[in-house]
Design a protein. Sequence first.
Length: 462
Amino acid sequence: MKYMTAEPFRIKTVEPIKQTTKDYRQKCLAEAQYNVFKLRAEDVYIDCITDSGTTAMSQNQWAAIMRGDESYAGSQSFYRLKESVEDIFGMPYVQPVHQGRAADHMIAKLYAKPGKYAIGNMHFDTFRGNAEVVGCIPLDFVIPEGRSANQEYHPFKGNMDIPRLRSYLEAHASEVCCIIMTVTCNNNGGQPVSLENIRETSKVAAEFNIPMIMDSARLAENAYFIKMREPGYEDVDIKTITREMFSYVESAVMSSKKDGLVNIGGLFVTRNEDIFHQANQHSIVYEGFTTYGGMSGRDMDALAVGLQEGVDAAYLEYRINQVKYLGDRLKEKGVPIIEPTGGHGVYVDGRKFFPHIPQHEFPSQRLVVALYEEAGVRAVEIGACAFGKKDPETGEDIWPELETMRIAISRRVYTDNHMDVIAEALGDIYKNRDQYKGMRLVFEGPITSLRHFTAGFELIDA
């Protein structure tokens, strides 16, 4: 007899969360200029603004913290981390950094060039910010299926558009400084990239002598999708898949706060010894000595364990299926989402949810505000604010093709009952969607690609 599977863990420690009134939440929103990044976490009932650094660590990770060696140079914790990273990445040179955006900064310093282009499937926002600072121009070449919020099924909507990449390089190879493959693809729903696509992209990069890098914050989730969806990998274990993924790139970066199952930390990993020595010097200047790179010994030990737990097949099955559960509940209520659901969250189509709110009035941000107002649930906009920009020549607004609200699910934190609360709240908002009006941007910071973190809004009354 076959029984239902449940979470592959049991709960040992709990953290109380508080519920608030709608009136209270409305006051909080007004004080935060309707930007949920500015809310106090204690005023959030279910926090889905990100899956980064919000993991519940395991008993083995907490035990590993007690082994932390805080030696300035040559820490035992570093060597335990190095061994764990080599096992999963299959790459020999490891430089810790304090978190993912420090690794993005390292890419920008080592690979990005002023006035040159960095081509990716869909670049992560913190790399975009670092690229903008150094004057490098990021281009997204994800396949057409990954550029729209249609419900048509495609197993790997994060794939690079190989014909478009080749065509561009045939004309502009000298203007391209690097190719970056992001796995999974954050901006279009946590959609995975196939091994075949990684392999073919690598061949094109090698043909034009352009270094290829992997942004691998969610490497384990991507590997799980390969195992589940790509022919020929059904019986291949997760670590074998990750090693093959990284065999096609020169370097990789990771925000360890995702699939590393820790609350802080990042990695720069490479097989190029010369690049590694440059990364060491960069770390000494900006992060710390090479064998801690901005991380404490105890955090490196927690990461060494977390990386191994993150590639566990039973954990990944639970993880991916919890996200799918929420997606299925939302579809039952008619809520339009990107399909298939990805690895780390559910993405609601803001334009289809609020078809009467034009993109320049930030429909997905309005949905973020409504969800917090009604249920105390904090999500995040991935749309007009996060990825809107100005045409450098005409000054006209350029709006992104995808306009979504991301509901990011923290790892090993919430139960399916919490998913039900989110689904019920969004279902009710959807029933009353015609009552909502748009928003007006009243403040943005100097770096456009990072403005969503600090932007200010006001509600449009009429």
